[in-house]
Write a protein that binds this ligand. Sequence first.
Ligand SMILES: [Zn+2]
Length: 227
Amino acid sequence: MIEPKKLQINTPDNEYLVVPCPSCDKETRNKVLADVFEHMQYADALIDVWTNYKIVQCQGCLRVTFFEVSQCSEDIIYPKNGKPFYPETKTYYPNRIAGRPLLRNINYLPRGVNLIYKEAHNALCAQLPILTGLGIRAIVEAICKDKNMVGRNLQEKIDSLAKQGLVAIEGAKILHNLRYMGMLLHMKLNHIPRKNYVQHSMSLSTFYRVFTLYQNNLKTYQKWTIN
Ligand SMILES: [Zn+2]
């Protein structure tokens, strides 16, 4: 077991940070209740890792959560203009992304869609873009299966959803976009630079929008809850 080179525990009186709050579903002012700084060294002190573990309390809803911020000497970036720096990696517990809450009333979604949606949402909040992309593709397939859509492929099945009025034209376009996203993953996973794929997957606001459509469009939503 490697001992930390340095371990420092603080309980600051007056330190505040802006971080996403899972209850308020937005970035809020949080009071730092406790902060543990840890400096680890690996590979005969060739690699340094600095981590701050923070317990914070939202000053809006008073919820207490936890997050860590770490930097590694191996990740150093040399910008063309400016000083070298170590990028920060932030991890929140529970996982969260401001503005991407679970949908309200998701229990009204068909069971198969509901289960996949919750797992895909967890992957999204944990910033796992590849698993999120797979989850989105699975959601689209589950929607078509639930509605017994006919068609030789997923594209035709989504078109059937629109023809039968189960999704609006805009909703069908979004589903096609999600299908295309999943298709890219299936066909080109090994050829997509991770950076590009992350950017691609981060456009997953469509993931949120398509289901918001169901929530906002009562007629469509009722069709989903019949059966
Ligand atoms: Zn809050």
